[in-house]
Design a protein around this ligand. Structure first.
Ligand SMILES: [Zn+2]
Length: 72
């Protein structure tokens, strides 16, 4: 890109390195949140339901159809 526009000096942009040791807990936290969201969207109904009633199912119903989970 800098070859196309010689007035932009990309060498002045600082490179920030994030150590894996600092990144790993956040990656684990995001993965757990994603798994919880995937459970509630994909499996929270019927025999696998943790919360009684249809409130959770109705709340995530559009996301369920958007992601292609079987519903009705
Ligand atoms: Zn549905």
């Amino acid at each position: 890109m800098s070859q196309l526009n010689p007035s932009v000096d990309t060498s002045a942009v600082p490179v920030v390195s994030i150590p894996v040791r600092e990144l790993a807990p956040w990656a684990l936290f995001i993965a757990l949140l994603a798994l919880v969201a995937l459970y509630f969207v994909g499996a929270e109904q019927g025999a696998t339901s943790l919360i009684s009633g249809t409130g959770v199912h109705e709340w995530v119903h559009d996301g369920r159809h958007l992601l292609g989970f079987p519903c009705h």
